[in-house]
Design a protein around this ligand. Structure first.
Ligand code: SF4
Length: 381
């Protein structure tokens, strides 16, 4: 097998199937990552969404015994929405971060990797491969960094000089001894705009993220959101974009070459109030194809309630009062109580909160009702 020629053919083929950059790295263990991952865990910076086995995160051969090289791919996604829904007074909208625009990137990149697999099978016959997109054992970013897709930036994203950091990454482990590429130079230099712009200080040092304090992570949890973050997420329903938006390398990056990544304005900026009472079936139909729906309906609805509180949207009060007494989920009842206190300036809602407190059994919800009542008290109610 002429691996030089095969690599050349692979690079040419990848351009025809909607891949923006391909690089190849060795299958050596990611030894320098090990200490960083252990320290990250020990300091409590992990999100809990990571692959659970440390050794598998480090050593590619634990995913594919005879692995020789890893193909790293990058697919760019858009950063700008050209046809935003029209503003209508009282119609408040939420926002899904850019990583959730279009069809779930896990599906899109898996499809691209499958095509590469088929191509290599056709060219070489019997080879073994393993696909990974985000949820695999290996860190997509560590692979992309070593393969030279981009550098590992201070905001923890991979920045490809020609694409910026709005890229989804995927890996294909192979048993083919391809010639490998080299890492590229880190061009962050003395810039630290992302660190300065992070509203929670989650970028604790260059390239180190305390995921627990990251607003993207906070939008994805299923319990009550700690109060300190509620005032910071604004109208975000999923994810967070600030650390990418402020990056100078993303300034002119807005890629629309992949039809699957194109955002549907009504989906990425949905109306908030209808979202609050949406059935599971309707939620799945509306948002099930998006990466941002992976944690289900509850976190999105909780965040929608927080967004309505952010807007002080009084027309949401009837729905929030309904949720306060009727919703079976404590997180939704409690967050509604908190939001009612934030939004309302009337005795009617004060009475409703007091009544709800008498009937409420859940301690966390009672606590949120207290917070709602305290807001009303501050406003003189
Ligand atoms: Fe690097 Fe500056 Fe971009 Fe942060 S904002 S990733 S420091 S170039």
């Amino acid at each position: 097998m002429n691996v030089e020629l095969l690599k050349h053919k692979l690079l040419e083929y990848s351009k025809t199937i909607g891949i923006d950059k391909v690089r190849i790295t060795t299958a050596d263990p990611f030894l320098s990552l090990k200490d960083r991952l252990i320290a990250h865990q020990e300091k409590g910076y992990a999100s809990g969404f990571e692959h659970p086995h440390l050794e598998e995160r480090i050593d590619p051969s634990l995913s594919l015994k005879e692995v020789r090289t890893i193909i790293s791919i990058a697919v760019a996604y858009p950063s700008k929405l050209s046809d935003s829904p029209k503003r209508v007074k009282g119609e408040r909208r939420g926002f899904f971060s850019r990583s959730s625009w279009g069809i779930d990137y896990h599906d899109v990149l898996n499809d691209r990797l499958k095509k590469i697999e088929d191509f290599l099978m056709q060219e070489c016959g019997s080879i073994e491969t393993v696909r990974m997109v985000d949820t695999g054992a290996l860190s997509d970013r560590a692979v992309a960094e070593r393969a030279g897709i981009g550098w590992s930036a201070k905001n923890t994203f991979i920045i490809a000089p020609e694409l910026g950091s709005y890229v989804f990454l995927g890996n294909l482990l192979t048993t083919i001894p391809f010639p490998v590429d080299e890492p590229i130079e880190d061009l962050c230099g003395s810039c630290q705009k992302c660190i300065d712009a992070c509203p929670t200080g989650a970028l604790v040092e260059p390239g180190v993220l305390n995921a627990q304090a990251c607003l993207s992570y906070q939008t994805q949890t299923k319990g009550f959101m700690p109060e300190e973050y509620r005032s910071k997420i604004g109208n975000y329903l999923y994810g967070w974009d600030t650390c990418q938006l402020v990056c100078p390398y993303n300034r002119d990056q807005d890629h629309h070459q992949h039809v699957e990544m194109e955002p549907d304005p009504e989906k990425i900026k949905p109306l908030l109030i209808p979202l609050l009472t949406m059935s599971n079936k309707a939620f799945k139909k509306e948002f099930g194809h998006m990466a941002g729906s992976w944690r289900g309906k509850k976190p999105i609805q909780r965040n929608a309630i927080i967004a309505l509180a952010h807007y002080r949207e009084t027309s949401a009060l009837p729905t929030l009062l309904h949720l306060l007494t009727e919703d079976p989920r404590p997180v939704i009842r409690g967050t509604s109580a908190w939001a009612i206190g934030k939004i309302s300036e009337s005795k009617t809602e004060k009475k409703a909160l007091e009544d709800a407190k008498l009937n409420e059994q859940d301690e966390d919800v009672k606590n949120e009702i207290e917070k709602g009542l305290a807001f009303l008290k501050q406003k003189g109610e």
